[in-house]
Ligand binder design. Structure first.
Ligand code: SF4
Ligand code: SF4
Ligand code: FES
Length: 280
C-alpha cells in the first residue's frame, strides 16, 4: 500500500518556519521539490537551498540550518519535524510521508533563541555542562600513567550516559526548561550582553542532559574528584529541585539515555551530600 503511494508520488511539499534574524517575526514558506526516493531531511534542505524558490515561484534566500556529522552523532541538526523534535540527518523523507503524505513541516527548536530560520543558539545547553563541570579534570599534560581501572558495573552504568550528543531534544521537551531569549540593549557592549545572558542561564534550570552528565562524571574514577562541586551545582539555583519528573526528556532522547534514572540518582546523591555537609 505504502509502496504504491510512493510510486504515484511526483513531488514533496515542505513547509518551513523561517525567521530572518534574532527577535524577528517568524513566517511560513512552502517549497515543492520533485519526489526522489530515499532522501533525508538534510538532503531536501540542500535541494531547497539550491532551488531558492518557493512553491509559487518567488525567489528567496536559502533556508539556514546547521549540521555536522550526518550520522546522528554531533547533535547539531536537531529541529522540530512534523511536530517532533529530532535530528534532521536521520529523518527519512519516505517515513515522514507515510505519517503525513501532504507535507513535511520543519520548525526550529522551541527552547533556544532562533539565530536564523532553523538555526538556533544552543549556548545555554553548553553553559549548563560548564555549571556541572561535565569533564574529567586533568592537572597537567605529562603522562601520569594509566588511571584507576573502571569496574565492569560502572562501565555498564556509564556507557549509555556517555552517548549524549548535546542535541537538546530533552530540553526542547522538558516543561521545566523554559525559553530564555534576551535582546542586546542599545549601547550595551557584546561582553556585557554575554555576561547578562550567562547570569540568566546560570539561574535557570540546568536540564536533564547536564544532570545525567554530572552522574556520568561522578561515577568516573578520575572525574569523581569534582563530585562535590557537581552536587553543589545540582543543589543550587536552577538545580535538580526544579525537575517536576514529567519524564518527557527520556521519551524523546534519540540515544535512549536513561535520563530519569540519572535524575533519581542525582536526587539521592544531592540529599546525601547535603546531610554530609551538615556534619562537616
Ligand atoms: S523528568 Fe525532569 S528533566 Fe525530564 S522532562 Fe520532566 S521535568 Fe524535565
Ligand atoms: S540527553 Fe539525549 S536528548 Fe538530551 S542532549 Fe543528550 S542525547 Fe540529546
Ligand atoms: S548532522 Fe550530526 S546529528 Fe545530524
Amino acid at each position: 500500500m505504502i509502496a504504491l503511494d510512493t510510486k504515484k508520488r511526483t513531488e514533496i511539499k515542505i513547509r518551513v518556519r523561517r525567521q530572518d534574524g534574532p527577535g524577528k517575526k517568524p513566517y511560513w514558506e512552502l517549497h515543492t521539490l520533485p519526489y526522489e526516493p530515499e532522501l533525508n531531511v538534510i538532503s531536501i534542505l540542500q535541494k531547497i537551498a539550491a532551488q531558492s524558490k518557493t512553491s509559487d515561484g518567488k525567489k528567496v534566500t536559502p533556508v539556514v540550518w546547521d549540521c555536522g556529522c550526518l550520522e546522528e552523532v554531533c547533535g547539531a541538526c536537531t529541529m522540530v519535524i512534523n511536530g517532533k523534535v529530532r535530528q534532521s540527518c536521520s529523518a527519512l523523507v519516505d517515513r515522514l510521508l507515510e505519517d503525513n503524505p501532504d507535507e513535511i513541516v520543519l520548525e526550529p527548536m522551541r527552547k533556544f533563541p532562533v539565530l536564523r530560520d532553523l538555526l538556533v543558539d544552543r549556548q545555554r545547553l553548553f553553559k549548563a555542562l560548564e555549571r556541572v563541570e561535565a569533564w574529567v579534570p586533568v592537572d597537567s599534560y605529562y603522562d601520569m600513567g594509566p588511571g584507576e581501572r573502571q569496574s565492569r558495573d560502572s562501565q555498564e552504568q556509564n556507557y549509555p550516559l556517555s552517548q549524549c550528543m548535546s542535541c537538546g531534544c530533552c530540553l526542547d521537551a522538558c516543561p521545566q526548561f523554559l525559553k530564555i531569549e534576551l535582546e542586546q540593549k542599545a549601547g550595551e557592549s557584546d561582553e556585557d550582553f554575554q555576561a547578562r545572558k550567562n547570569a540568566a542561564y546560570n539561574e535557570s534550570f540546568v536540564g536533564p542532559h547536564a544532570i545525567s552528565q554530572a552522574m556520568l562524571f561522578n561515577n568516573n574514577p578520575v572525574g569523581k574528584a569534582l563530585a562535590g562541586e557537581r552536587l553543589d551545582a545540582l543543589s543550587g539555583p536552577g538545580g535538580i529541585q526544579i525537575c517536576g519528573n514529567a519524564q518527557n526528556c527520556v521519551a524523546v532522547c534519540p540515544k535512549e539515555i536513561p535520563l530519569t534514572t540519572s535524575i533519581a540518582r542525582a536526587g539521592r546523591a544531592t540529599t546525601l551530600h547535603a546531610i554530609r555537609s551538615w556534619f562537616e
